[in-house]
Each structure stands twice: as structure tokens, then as C-alpha cells.
Design a protein around this ligand. Structure first.
Ligand SMILES: [Ca+2]
Ligand SMILES: [Ca+2]
Ligand SMILES: [Ca+2]
Length: 425
């Protein structure tokens, strides 16, 4: 049987604004062309960007040492085993001077059209590059955090990285199409005052399309060149701002006392919908199997995923065929899968485990267990055969017929936790 085919991802829109992070960088849009087929570069905000410096609270200023002159050219420290800064008196300091920052952001249009092939994924995926220099040259080993606050109304860490010997880091991110800009944070120290400071700002990931027949936005990859003075990476760990010394400051660390974990990536609510006669587009109404889902991923300080949690509710079956929904994971490690099911009323549902089709299967279907890489690649069973999961209904009215909220049947909900033995990319 031919199955699956085309997927449609549709994020729920939350209009809540950031409660935490700062200003929006608005750029003029210069010569971006039609934005769909070729990369074009636009330069903007010639050094007068909105990146700013904020002080981070340190309960014990003596925890911060003045970084020595070799900080910028030294080897990056091992982020797995950061050293704790030994409290020392502040040495005879040069005249205290504030950290300053100027930035210039350039953008490159990123083709999201999948080379002309049918592509219904609406997430936008771009690299965000940050380049930091100070008066001594490139700033090496600076921790850069990229967040967005549109999806849930709270800052949601979408990527982290550390600058290399050129002061540069490129962080790939994937965000819902409602996200038009991301926020950037770099934590460091002012060597003349010993204060821990944070450089913050934002950069666009979408800009209005320009050119003839253009409408909407184009996706852009930003490169943010930060030119700063009196700013260096923290030389070691300042526990007042990073309790577990994992390199992720407390204000972003959702596991502030666990150095093995750093952040939770929250998807917000999505719908995934399939047309089932691939490669035929069929009638392309994407109603053959539809699921509403939301996921969270617990991530390590190095941006790897340790745990995936998801809730998946079957909501429509506009097909004669039956389908099952699996999550295929191409990873080099085992994972423990825990899964439970609820019926449309929120009560435990055992229709999966009672189906002979699945109980005969030893790959963790219905009951979870420890799955091998091969089993994970075949796919974790999320929702079993769709003739069972809508209780005989379809939520798929014929065109022109009436369908009201009272006609809607909530299908089976799967609650899944996948814990990798080793964190994965
Ligand atoms: Ca931390
Ligand atoms: Ca942590
Ligand atoms: Ca169809």
C-alpha cells in the first residue's frame, strides 16, 4: 500500500510578547530581489544597531577575576569541565570603563522552496551567525544563546554555540513561521570593572519581500558583527550567574543545578497532515491522516537532545485506507520509549495493546521499551492503525455538508517520552 506523503505543519499563533528580552532590530530592506530563487546580500545599520549591554547580578563580585591579556588568543576551555574562578581581590585596575557595543547586521535570503519540489513544511530553518571582536581582536570562546519568544510567550532557547578562533559562531535554528526575529545573548565580563555583563540584541530571520510581484516575507539568514570594547568571555565559571558551571547562564538554564542539561525546546502546537497516495498528489487536501501534536526536548549545554516528550492526538481520517503514525529517528544510540494512551474522554485506552497486529511486534509498539537504532529508524509507533483511533468516526465531512463542533470526535491521544542513552544531534 502506498501511504504517507505530503506533510503540512501549521503552528498555532501566540501573540504574547517577550517578557524578558529586549528590543527589536528593524532593518531597512535593500535590494532583496524577489527573494525566492537566489541569495542576495543586504547590508544594514552601519554600526548603530540596537545591541546593548546589561549588567548581570553577581552576589559576590570577588568571584570575577580580571581576565588576563591572553584570554582572546588562548585555547577554548573544555566546556564539559569548566573551572571555577577562585575568588581573588580585584587587582589594581585600569580606569573602570563601561562595556560598549556596536553591531552591523547583514542578511542573506535563504531559499525555502525546496528546489521547486512540493514542500509544505512551514517551519523556517536558517543559520544565525554571530562574530564578536573587541579592541584586541576576535573574541574566542564566548557563549552565544539564540532565543525566540513568539511560540510560547517566554524566551525559548533555539540554539547555543561558542565563538571560535575567529570570534565567529554559526548556530542553525528552526523556528515556526510566526517568528520574524530572534534574540541574541552573549555573556562575558568587563575586564576593567570585573562585572559580568551580557550583550543582548536581536536579528531578523524574515523580512518583507521586495521586488515585482512580491508579497509576504522572505526568510533571511542574519550575520551579526558585534564590535565591542571592555568585553571578554568569563575566564572560568562565575557561579553567581551559572550555578552548575555548564556554560549556560542561570537566566537561560532551565536545569540550573544539573550540568548535563540546559534548556527545554518547546514546539508549541502543530498540526501534521498527510495525503496518502504518494507520489500522486491526489486531491491534495491533506485530510487522510491528521494529528495535532506538541513536543518538548530537553537539551544539553552542547545543544544535543537527551529527552523528547510529545503528546499526539488523532483528529481526522479522510481516507479509506488505514494508517499508523510513526516517528522515525535516525540516531546512533538506543532509546527508552515510554508510551501511554488516552481515549477521547481522557481515560486510559488499551486498544493498541489489545490489537494482535501490534502485540505480536517486539519493537516497542504500544508498550514502549528499549529500542535499538534500527528500531528507532523504522519509527516509534505514536498512533496505531487509524481504524481504531477515532472510534469509528472520521471527522472528515463530505464537501458541502455541515460539520459542527458537536460532530467532532476527539481521537486517541498518545503521550510519549523518548530518552536517549546518549544525547543526539
Ligand atoms: Ca548553568
Ligand atoms: Ca544546567
Ligand atoms: Ca485527500
Amino acid at each position: 500500500m502506498n501511504r504517507w506523503i505530503i506533510l503540512l505543519v501549521l503552528p498555532l499563533f501566540l501573540l504574547d510578547c517577550s517578557n524578558k528580552k529586549k528590543g527589536m532590530l528593524l532593518l531597512p530592506f535593500l535590494g532583496l530581489g524577489d527573494g525566492t530563487t537566489q541569495a542576495t546580500t543586504a547590508s544594514a545599520n552601519d554600526g548603530d544597531g540596537t545591541f546593548t549591554v546589561v549588567g548581570l547580578e553577581t552576589t559576590d563580585p570577588s568571584q570575577v577575576t580580571t581576565p588576563d591579556a591572553n584570554t582572546n588568543t588562548g585555547e577554548p576551555s573544555n566546556s564539559e569541565t569548566p573551572s571555577v574562578v577562585t575568588p581573588t581581590p580585584t587587582p589594581a585596575a585600569p580606569t573602570p570603563a563601561p562595556t560598549t557595543v556596536n553591531n552591523e547586521t547583514t542578511t542573506t535570503v535563504v531559499d525555502q522552496t525546496n528546489g521547486g519540489n512540493f514542500n509544505f513544511e512551514t517551519n523556517i530553518t536558517v543559520p544565525v551567525t554571530v562574530v564578536i571582536v573587541n579592541e584586541a581582536g576576535p573574541v574566542t570562546n564566548a557563549p552565544v544563546t539564540v532565543t525566540e519568544s513568539i511560540t510560547t510567550g517566554e524566551p525559548n532557547v533555539v540554539g547555543v554555540g561558542t565563538t571560535d578562533g575567529n570570534g565567529s559562531v554559526t548556530i542553525p535554528i528552526s523556528v515556526p513561521p510566526t517568528v520574524v526575529s530572534v534574540d541574541i545573548s552573549v555573556v562575558g565580563v568587563n575586564p576593567t570593572t570585573g562585572e559580568v555583563v551580557e550583550i543582548v540584541g536581536s536579528a531578523p530571520v524574515q523580512q518583507p519581500a521586495t521586488g515585482s510581484n512580491s508579497e509576504g516575507t522572505v526568510v533571511v539568514a542574519p550575520v551579526i558583527n558585534v564590535d565591542t570594547t571592555n568585553f571578554q568571555p568569563v575566564n572560568g565559571c562565575v557561579q553567581a550567574v551559572d550555578s552548575d558551571c555548564d556554560g549556560i547562564a542561570n537566566n537561560f538554564d532551565e536545569f540550573p543545578d544539573d550540568p548535563s542539561l540546559a534548556t527545554i525546546a518547546r514546539s508549541g502546537r502543530y498540526t501534521i497532515a498527510f495525503e496518502d497516495m504518494f507520489p500522486s498528489a491526489g486531491d491534495a487536501d491533506l485530510n487522510d491522516h491528521s494529528t495535532v501534536f506538541s513536543t518538548e526536548m530537553d537539551k544539553t549545554p552542547t545543544n544535543k537532545v537527551k529527552i523528547i516528550r510529545g503528546t499526539y492526538t488523532h483528529v481526522a481520517k479522510g481516507a479509506g485506507y488505514n494508517h499508523e503514525l510513526r516517528l522515525s529517528l535516525d540516531v546512533p544510540t538506543n532509546a527508552t520509549v515510554q508510551i501511554s494512551y488516552l481515549d477521547g474522554s481522557g481515560n486510559p485506552w488499551n486498544g493498541c495493546a489489545s490489537a494482535p497486529k501490534y502485540t505480536a511486534n517486539t519493537a516497542g509498539d504500544c508498550t514502549g521499551g528499549t529500542l535499538t537504532p534500527a528500531q528507532l529508524k523504522r519509527g516509534v509507533l505514536l498512533l496505531p492503525s487509524s481504524d481504531k483511533t477515532l472510534f469509528g468516526k472520521k471527522n472528515a465531512p463530505a464537501a458541502g455538508s455541515t460539520f459542527t463542533i458537536n460532530d467532532f470526535v476527539r481521537g486517541v491521544t498518545a503521550q510519549v517520552t523518548i530518552t536517549f542513552e546518549e544525547p543526539v544531534d
